[in-house]
Design a protein. Structure first.
Length: 492
């Protein structure tokens, strides 16, 4: 169907620029585009004027600003913003110049008689940035917010060779060494991107998993200082290599032992120290930036007891009362006891927005979303889709996709294919089977098509202390090189 997406690209007032503001019983208003439908604020931030009736997403709260303008707040807690170039999105967390509209009142009784020989007594309003239907969005698109492809599907000689972006994961490397690798090897050899470990300040410890327990949104970690991170991103981008950040918005760190003890008002509530000295406690972080401090109320918790998580999720089932995790049944639960952000709160959304914005402003263009199965799709989308990322993929295991995560967040990490490759190349001894199509491995996780998958050959969750033949690892020597080359050369 044709989607009627709201844009602001008209410099003159006309019938397509006018919207009826209709009051709802709960104090909100609905915006009706005559002849089109009610304006709906989508989780993807698009405003679409095609709804036949008013539901939750069609309700707006009018904010009266001191300068005589008004702003529109959506059911998702965001403000309507008219950007340069015509884009109108419900994507802003605060009111600034682009979120202010001037109301222009019209009596349509005579106007509509002149334009369509019909009459109405309804008074309508419009704005000086004229919300109107435009041609900038493909009218044949099925969904306005579908994610774009990072690269063309074909290239090379005559444009007929299949291609896909290739990036290297330099996990736990320090930032100075990553910068050097970008300049001396990755860039000159045509690699698209480099993935780095989580970049937010984390709890202290030498274990790999400490980096997955953030205690502030400062950018100094075990891999280097904030300045070294900024320099690394700049150096890699200058070498033609984009940077993939492992993004953690699901949780914060578990507390240290001192914060677990019973306390009273005289006891320090944030006795723990992170890698760069920032303090934290039980379901509480003091922050490193000022804006990233969070109280226990910022996390999902038991009613009346903010120091206890609402529910928990972990081994062996990783389920929360439902047979699947893709239904968001675990979205409010503490994963492995890690306090779960209440992303429905405006204060939390603002913290996450500022962190993600800083990464994008520094030159980060790609993301891996950690613990994506345990986050609300709409809330994650609300944060990430304010920025034009080149590529986003999610931590994913063997779950059958429901067609929602890839529409609003990104692609799936498909770990099953690497198991097939490593098992086949490392374990198969009967060479006669090669002629019978043993390399026709097909897709990995059932239900994930090639065009929505990210295929790793090795990943940190599947690591071993010693060489194990069926696990892809550098510890396997030449077998690992063979598996890497096969993955990059396979016609998929």
């Amino acid at each position: 169907r044709v989607l009627k997406v709201v844009v602001a690209n008209s410099k003159t007032d006309g019938p397509d620029s006018r919207f009826q503001i209709l009051p709802n019983a709960d104090g909100t208003v609905a915006l009706l585009a005559p002849g089109s439908g009610y304006v709906s604020a989508q989780p993807s931030f698009a405003l679409i004027a095609d709804r036949p009736e008013v539901g939750g997403w069609e309700k707006f709260l009018i904010i009266q600003n001191d300068d005589g303008t008004v702003s529109f707040k959506t059911a998702h807690g965001l403000y309507v913003s008219a950007r340069s170039g015509g884009a109108v999105l419900a994507s802003s967390g605060a009111i600034q110049a682009w979120e202010k509209f001037q109301v222009v009142r019209h009596n349509l009784r005579n106007a509509t008689r002149e334009e369509s020989n019909t009459s109405t007594t309804t008074t309508t309003t419009t704005t000086t940035t004229t919300l109107q239907l435009g041609d900038e969005v493909n009218p044949n698109a099925s969904v306005y917010s579908d994610l774009c492809e990072f690269q063309e599907g074909t290239g090379g000689r005559g444009g007929r060779d299949r291609r896909a972006p290739i990036f290297v994961k330099l996990w736990e490397w320090n930032y100075n060494d990553i910068a050097r690798e970008c300049k001396e090897y990755l860039g000159p050899n045509g690699f698209d991107a480099v993935q780095v470990s989580p970049v937010a300040e984390h709890k202290r410890g030498a274990q790999w998993w400490t980096k997955y327990q953030p205690i502030s949104f400062g950018l100094s970690t075990r891999s280097g200082t904030a300045e070294e991170f900024r320099s690394m991103v700049a150096d890699c981008r200058a070498a033609g290599v984009q940077v993939v950040v492992d993004l953690i918005l699901n949780h914060i760190a578990t507390p240290c032992d001192a914060a677990r003890r019973p306390s009273d008002d005289d006891v320090d509530v944030a006795p723990c120290k992170g890698w760069n000295g920032s303090t934290y406690g039980n379901r509480r972080i003091s922050g490193a930036r000022g804006w990233d401090a969070a109280r226990p109320e910022f996390f999902h918790h038991k009613p009346g007891n903010p120091l206890r998580g609402l529910c928990g999720v972990g081994a062996p089932t990783y389920l929360c009362g439902s047979p699947v995790t893709t239904d968001c049944s675990c979205c409010k639960c503490d994963l492995h006891g890690l306090p779960d952000w209440n992303t429905e709160l405006a204060d939390v959304a603002e913290i996450h927005y500022r962190h993600v914005k800083e990464l994008h402003d520094l030159g980060v263009t790609m993301l891996r979303v950690d613990a994506a199965l345990y986050e609300d799709v709409g809330e994650v989308s609300r944060t990430l889709n304010r920025f034009p990322w080149d590529y986003v993929y999610m931590e994913w295991w063997g779950e059958y996709p429901v067609g929602l995560h890839d529409k609003y967040i990104g692609q799936y990490r498909d770990v099953a294919l690497t198991w097939k490759i490593s098992d086949t190349l490392a374990s198969e001894k009967n060479l006669s089977k090669f002629a019978s199509g043993i390399f026709d491995l097909g897709q990995g996780v059932f239900g994930i098509p090639d065009e929505k998958a990210m295929y790793p050959i090795a990943y940190h969750d599947k690591r071993t202390d010693t060489a194990v033949q069926e696990v892809a690892s550098y510890k396997n020597g030449l077998e690992y090189h063979q598996q890497q080359k096969f993955l990059m050369a396979a016609q998929r």
